[in-house]
Design a protein around this ligand. Structure first.
Ligand SMILES: Cc1cc2nc3c(=O)[nH]c(=O)nc-3n(C[C@H](O)[C@H](O)[C@H](O)COP(=O)(O)OP(=O)(O)OC[C@H]3O[C@@H](n4cnc5c(N)ncnc54)[C@H](O)[C@@H]3O)c2cc1C
Length: 506
């Protein structure tokens, strides 16, 4: 199957792929299955497949870093997922993509609110009369007096009004990014909640009432998603296995550190492995590693370009898996769950009393994520941090104490709950951020595009807020370029820049 055309030459060429996350593994698999003329070597610095989309298996209880909804409007991606996980019966088969119903709410002031904010009577009952009136007036004001959209604060106020913004966006955003929304570029909001506003919510409510068939639903409001039986990493473990079966090489614990650039091409890649350094020649380099690290490892980079790359900011992420006997939070919804726990897959925490930004309830992502589903609840407390800060440097014991004290404060667990176990995980550069030198990213990408055999794919590989599907599509486009011998990198860099599509959660 080579619908994109044949290989470029009659001799075997070598593709060095950096990263065994979704983008790197997709590129490897596509190259191997569409061309027999290309040798594939994947270098992965960690010892697991899936990158940020991995599944951690801790004593039979599985964790998903951030909770990964599989949702895509791109047919090619959906077909790919179906091919990798074709099973149908989760009780009998492992390779099953479950179909899940999204429930995720905001915990604010000890009450649950819909995410995104909805106009249900409960919302106003929760807020109380005084708050509701303030919200309505501030929204009307925002409709009448638009602020210049030169920062994220104004972006939100224009869409939700100042009151809702201060309740539901200000603290959460600052907690997530470590910067006040005033200091963040509005383009981040445009990327994240494209088209989502009080108006979009009203339209959605009316859309449901009148059930117009071809109604365009904002991605942020989409409620169904797919999920691999054993979490997102399962898909990437299967992909890695198929890559090896197809003759690809994957080297784990191999960190790419050096790129020898000469005459507008990367001639070789150097990686650290087993305490030494190895250099491998490359005809093509497909990089899903952070641009910042890629450029730092290249020779002869113009100083201004090196500065832009070095100044790109990121936000790092920590999560504490907590195994408890039961939750104190009561399920007051009509949704049935095993053990009648609250039905949310994840909950946004917007309470200024705590540092936690969100928590996951893995039981609700997939029942197969939890070893003893009937008698335990396996939750993941999420913290947005900076590598090297006071949280990042905490010992597992300190972090565990912090997490447990916060879930007690929030009433997530109570005196009747027993904490059975905890487990800490850290993810570097989970979020590429859109501030500081990001404003000059176009100059940096032009430079990267000028290196003829370099293809930048994925999320940190493009420093863009790409989800799994978009990360995969950057690799589909890369493979098309390589197999057709095209020099045009625009199709790769233009993924996820189109107007009406966006997947939000993080
Ligand atoms: C909290 C959170 C929630 C998310 N939720 C969703 C969701 O619901 N749905 C969704 O579709 N997406 C979601 N995403 C996005 C998703 O995780 C990413 O789109 C996806 O993992 C990106 O794939 P990637 O291959 O580009 O990068 P990564 O997953 O980051 O993989 C890159 C790989 O490269 C390796 N690497 C890095 N540097 C080097 C080096 N120098 N040498 C060798 N290897 C290296 C890393 O170890 C890693 O394995 C979420 C992300 C976060 C942070």
């Amino acid at each position: 199957m080579k619908p994109w055309g044949g290989g470029t030459t009659d001799q075997v060429k070598k593709a060095v792929i950096i990263g065994a996350g979704p983008a790197g593994l997709t590129a490897a698999y596509e190259l191997l299955t569409r061309s027999s003329d290309i040798e594939v070597i994947v270098l992965e610095e960690s010892d697991v497949f899936g990158g940020i989309s991995k599944t951690v298996n801790y004593k039979g209880n599985r964790m998903d870093m951030g909770g990964h909804r599989f949702f895509s409007k791109i047919d090619e991606v959906n077909e790919w997922w179906d091919r990798m996980l074709p099973g149908r019966d989760p009780d009998k088969e492992d390779d099953v993509m479950l179909s899940r119903h999204r429930v995720s709410r905001i915990l604010f002031d000890s009450k649950f609110y819909d995410y995104p904010i909805s106009l249900k009577p409960e919302t106003f009952i929760n807020m109380g009369l005084r708050q509701s009136i303030l919200v309505a007036f501030s929204y009307l004001k925002a409709l009448l007096f638009k602020l210049p959209e030169d920062n994220l604060e104004n972006f939100y106020i224009n869409r939700f009004g100042r009151k809702l913004y201060s309740m539901f966006f200000e603290y959460y955003t600052e907690n997530l990014w470590g910067r006040h929304p005033r200091e963040i570029d509005a383009s981040w909001g445009a990327q994240r909640v494209k088209g989502l506003s009080v108006m979009a919510v009203i339209k959605d409510v009316f859309g449901r009432i009148f059930a117009k068939k071809d109604r365009v639903v904002e991605t942020s409001l989409i409620e169904e998603f797919k999920y691999p039986k054993y979490g997102p990493g399962q898909l990437w473990e299967i992909t890695a296995k198929k890559i090896k079966e197809s003759g690809g090489t994957i080297i784990m614990n191999a960190r790419a550190v050096g790129f020898d650039v000469a005459d507008g091409n990367i001639k070789s890649v150097t990686y650290r492995h087993d305490g030494g350094e190895v250099t491998v020649d490359a005809d093509y380099v497909i990089s899903s590693m952070p641009i910042k690290d890629l450029v730092a490892g290249m020779n002869d980079v113009p100083a201004d370009i090196a500065d832009i790359a070095a100044g790109l900011p990121y936000r790092d992420y920590m999560t504490l898996g907590v195994l408890v006997s039961k939750l104190e939070l009561k399920n007051r919804t009509k949704i049935k769950t095993v053990g009648n726990i609250v039905p949310d897959c994840w909950v946004y925490v917007q309470d200024r009393k705590v540092r936690m930004g969100r928590f996951q309830i893995y039981n609700n992502w997939s029942p197969y994520m939890v070893k003893d589903l009937e008698n335990t609840v396996w939750i993941g407390l999420e913290y947005f941090v900076n590598e090297g800060d006071e949280y990042w440097n905490m010992t597992e014991e300190e972090f565990s104490k912090l997490g447990i004290s916060e879930i007690l404060k929030l009433g997530i667990i109570g005196s009747g709950s027993v904490v059975l176990d905890t487990h800490m995980e850290k993810v570097k550069k989970a979020y590429p951020a859109y501030f500081d030198t990001y404003k000059d990213i176009d100059r940096l990408t032009s430079y990267l595009k000028s290196i003829r055999n370099l293809f930048c794919v994925g999320r940190n590989g493009q420093h863009r807020y790409n989800n799994i599907d978009h990360s995969m599509v950057t690799s589909f486009e890369t493979v098309k370029c390589i197999l057709t011998g095209s020099d045009d990198r625009d199709a790769i860099w233009n993924v996820n820049t189109e107007k009406e599509y966006h997947e939000e959660k993080n």
